[in-house]
Design a protein around this ligand. Structure first.
Ligand code: OAD
Length: 234
């Protein structure tokens, strides 16, 4: 029997920082350059769709040029080699975990490589730039295509599945997230209430640091591989 039967790992922008993708709230981060109300809310999209298309087109291109780092690789490895269940829940809309070989991933904030048709709700793979004149491949209506990402004020994907996993896990690990955005920020409390051991891996103490039983502070590419190594050693 492994030490932990069910592990849930929550990841945030800090996981991909050392792959060259900017975080949101660090100095010089994305929200220092953009007002989230303009580019990450349904209202912002209605006001100025072109700004929103440009923002996600730019981020999609940046992430297409990025490669998984040692922390992504370690997370793919634990999923492959650990004898218990390992669910990855990510707030990241890049696909660096998949590129590293991870498989069981919930993208609770959606994915940059998909688009969503606001006419028929189709969610489809899409690697190219989005624009207002695109027709939906499913319903063929023009003008309804938006990035398949979750904006502020919208409900993240697969919340029921995440809640079930948090209620059943015996180890919860949070990696590279500021603990600033709900509902993800509440996951540690849910896991803790379910009796799980909780571990925070982050460059610095997060906003929810007091909820965690164990703290490992430093760059993800250093801390995550050694922590995973220890878990695999039993
Ligand atoms: P944030 O930018 O809020 O937080 C990133 C965290 O990662 C910070 O606490 C950093 O200290 C830490 N960090 C930075 N570099 C790191 C490294 N190399 N190793 C380890 N930790 C590092 O990003 P998120 O918490 O992911 O949502 O943000 C949550 C959500 O807020 C995002 O999904 C996005 C954003 O607004 C939407 O756009 C809806």
């Amino acid at each position: 029997m492994p030490r932990y039967a069910k592990i849930v790992i929550l990841t945030g922008a800090g996981l991909s920082a050392e792959s060259g993708l900017a975080t949101f709230r660090d100095t010089g981060g994305i929200w220092a350059k953009y007002d989230y109300r303009d580019v990450a809310t349904p209202d912002g999209f209605q006001r100025n769709p072109n700004l929103v298309y440009d923002f996600y087109n730019m981020r999609r291109r940046e992430s297409a040029n990025a490669a998984p780092n040692a922390a992504h690789e370690a997370l793919a490895r634990i999923q492959r080699d650990y004898p218990g269940d390992v669910l990855l829940v990510t707030q990241n809309i890049d696909n660096l975990l998949e590129q590293a070989g991870a498989e069981k991933i919930i993208h609770m904030h959606g994915e940059m490589t998909r688009m969503l048709c606001t006419h028929c709700d189709a969610r489809l793979p899409w690697a190219a730039d989005l624009s207002p004149d695109l027709a939906c491949p499913e319903c063929e209506l023009i003008g309804g295509m938006r990035p398949a990402v979750v904006w502020f004020g919208e409900v993240p994907y697969e919340m029921a599945r995440i809640a079930k996993a948090l209620g059943e896990c015996d180890l919860f690990i949070s990696i590279g997230t500021s603990g600033n955005v709900y509902p993800a920020a509440s996951f540690v409390a849910a896991a803790s209430e379910a009796g799980a051991h909780t571990v925070e891996i982050n460059l610095e103490p997060s906003d929810t640091t007091n909820y965690f039983a164990e703290h490992l502070h430093g760059p993800a590419t250093e801390i995550v591989p050694s922590y995973i190594e220890r878990l695999l050693a039993g």
